[in-house]
Design a protein around this ligand. Structure first.
Ligand SMILES: NC(=O)c1ccc[n+]([C@@H]2O[C@H](COP(=O)([O-])OP(=O)(O)OC[C@H]3O[C@@H](n4cnc5c(N)ncnc54)[C@H](OP(=O)(O)O)[C@@H]3O)[C@@H](O)[C@H]2O)c1
Length: 344
């Protein structure tokens, strides 16, 4: 029987999501990869235990995480029931709707019809009465932002989620969403967006600053650029890495668009050189590259939490040690800036 580490809250940092009262762990754990029907269930279980034992309390899912879509929620639900049921009030669990989930006109996008039905399905798969945060996964160009936000509002008011969130909303749509939710007085906490040392898009377009100014938190997905910003690829491309696994998992999608998914084809020698340059800074700081990448994020404006993934428990143990050194000297910041801005 699983018995959590009693010292799990000693080292983790908990941060308020924007101006709200909700605190989430500075490192969150996501189940996009390695929790589907093709994954070893005991490894999944062990990763969830390791995350919780390390003080991670925020677990992120979506309707479509698999393979097959929905399977990550089913596996997480099993683990919750088996091991964590009595700790439900020590966890924040999120899910999302916004990408293709089922055939026909109501299984994708941002309509009220899709979002509310999808939330019900996610709760059923996880065996939960409510999630803590329910996100609209991406803006839908065919649905007014107002309709999607009213659907989130209804989900919160009916008790199926405690807070609303948005994901992948760029500045113009994010501000619309914020104003609507503010008017409705919907508890709204986070925008979930990609950002890391080598992807500065949402820093450069002002989104992070906007969210900070509006009192909304940002939870950052792919903080390790899907593993690139870790020790994984410093000496080449390992066969058991995500970059290689994706070739089989997304075969059909890749046949239509070879750049649709992160694969080994994108990891050029130039990339490996850049990663090694960044790693040299990490080593001087007494960190691994993964630890430095997470520490760097947590020191940036507007960032509430780094939402990491993993393929094995040891990676989570390594990553959470990022919290041991979150301070960067001016020289380190400048060096990272120089490397990350000069490779394009
Ligand atoms: N809202 C959205 O649209 C959206 C989009 C994408 C992701 N997300 C969320 O963000 C979460 C995280 O995304 P992600 O998995 O791409 O994040 P990530 O942390 O950037 O990448 C995780 C991968 O990095 C490698 N890794 C992790 N820790 C490591 C360590 N200490 N040492 C060496 N390698 C390490 C592993 O790769 P290997 O598998 O090769 O070992 C792992 O699978 C997802 O689970 C999901 O919840 C949201």
């Amino acid at each position: 029987m699983y018995s959590p580490n009693e010292k799990r809250y000693d080292k983790m940092i908990y941060r308020r999501c924007g101006n709200s009262g909700l605190k989430i762990s500075a490192i969150s754990f996501g189940l996009w990869h390695n929790f589907g029907s093709d994954s070893n269930f005991e490894n999944c279980r062990s990763m969830i235990h390791t995350a919780f034992d390390s003080g991670i309390t925020n677990f992120d899912l979506a309707n479509n995480y698999g393979p097959n879509p929905g399977d990550a929620e089913i596996n997480f639900g099993r683990i919750l029931k088996q091991d964590l049921a009595q700790y439900r009030d020590q966890l924040t669990i999120s899910s999302k709707a916004g990408f293709l989930m089922w055939p026909g006109p109501f299984g994708d996008g941002g309509s009220r019809k899709y979002i509310i039905a999808s939330c019900d399905q996610s709760l059923k798969r996880m065996g939960l009465e409510y999630v803590d945060i329910f996100y609209h996964h991406r803006p839908d160009p065919e649905t007014p932002v107002e309709e999607s936000m009213l659907a989130l509002d209804q989900i919160v008011r009916s008790g199926k989620a405690l807070y609303a969130g948005i994901s992948n909303y760029p500045p113009a749509q994010a501000i619309k969403a914020i104003n609507i939710l503010r008017e409705l007085k919907t508890p709204f906490v986070l925008n979930q967006i990609p950002y890391n040392i080598i992807n500065r898009y949402h820093e450069d377009n002002g989104l992070l600053q906007l969210m900070a100014d509006e009192g909304v938190g940002c939870i950052i997905f792919c903080p390790l650029a899907q593993g690139l910003l870790s020790g994984r690829y410093l000496n080449g491309i390992p066969e058991d890495s995500r970059a290689v696994r994706n070739r089989t998992t997304y075969k059909e999608l890749l046949s239509k668009n070879p750049n649709a998914v992160f694969t080994d084809a994108q990891i050029t020698q130039e990339w490996i050189t850049i990663l090694n340059q960044l790693n040299q800074i990490a080593v001087k700081r007494g960190q691994t590259l993964a630890q430095m990448a997470v520490a760097w994020l947590l020191s940036r404006t507007g960032v509430t939490s780094a939402l990491v993934g993993a393929s094995r428990p040891q990676q989570i143990m390594e990553t959470v040690k990022a919290l041991d050194n979150l301070v960067f000297s001016r020289e380190e910041i400048d060096e990272i800036e120089h490397i990350s801005r000069n490779f394009k």
